[in-house]
Write a protein that binds this ligand. Sequence first.
Ligand code: ZN
Ligand code: ZN
Length: 345
Amino acid sequence: MRIAALATRLELPLLVTAQANVWYLTGLRSSNAALLVEPDASATLFADFRYAEKARAVEDVEFVETSRYLLSSPAEILSGRRIAFEEAHLTVAGHRTLAEGGVELVPTSGFVEALRAVKDDVELAAIRRAAALSDEVFAALANEPFVGRTERELVWWIERSFREAGADGVSFPIVVAAGETAAAPHADPGEREIERGMLVTVDAGCVVDGYCSDCTRTFSTGELPDRLADAYALCLEAQLAGLAAVRPGVAGRDADAASREPVAAAGLGWAYGHGLGHGVGIDVHEAPTLRPESKDVLEPGNVVTVEPGIYLPGEGGVRIEDLVLVTADGAERLTRFPKELITVA
Ligand code: ZN
Ligand code: ZN
């Protein structure tokens, strides 16, 4: 049980206020709940009237119905106690409510996120389905005309395709970035029509049973300037080098470094300005991270992206991203759509 696994890591009671963490630990999906987990694995779930019926059905936790202002009840109940809280998720207002109620607060981070970083079979099944839907949608997209359509039209086409294929929704705002727009890693899709001879970066993912997928492919709309064709080949080389480095025991920063070598050797290190990848699960960005400053070490059950990019201001950009499961002895690609440069109409 997840609460028991968390409790073994705790020295102080932990007040969990990140909704994704509450859901992970209890199965309660809500917009207004908190969970107190004691080091002896007993737990108290706080939620308001709207979620009371579902919260009462959660096994092995005591339920306390709160007012709409969630933290006033914990502030009373926990008064005089020393409690750890999630510093990345408790608001300043929530902190004040608890402190004014007489709770002694100790900041912590990453306890639940560390558990979430290692996926169990149920979680993996959902992520595999989300990745398979991504493959399906990218395959259909490659048969769609790009030239003459706007980035926003394609974004909507992709989003609709995910829903029609059975996804619960998209896992983040879809990126379709053509030509110079693609020189920004997280470009906002606009009304500009896609032209011939461009690179078009498509970064998209969906949600299945609460779990995300994340995949990027860069398509060509016809004959490219040499610089862009070379950038594509180099990005693919970097992506394969990053993939080859992903296995248990490898530091996130070392996998990142492996992907940077070919890019630096080509003199384009400056054009690869973000990390190699990130964990994916309930959130599309979660632990562990693969980037130069990462302190994470990969372990079996991690699901991470491998997504180098090369961005040439004024010319265009390319990014290639796979979703990957760290296995006992290596890595398994979960997104399998081809990565050689595909020319679309
Ligand atoms: Zn992505
Ligand atoms: Zn990503």
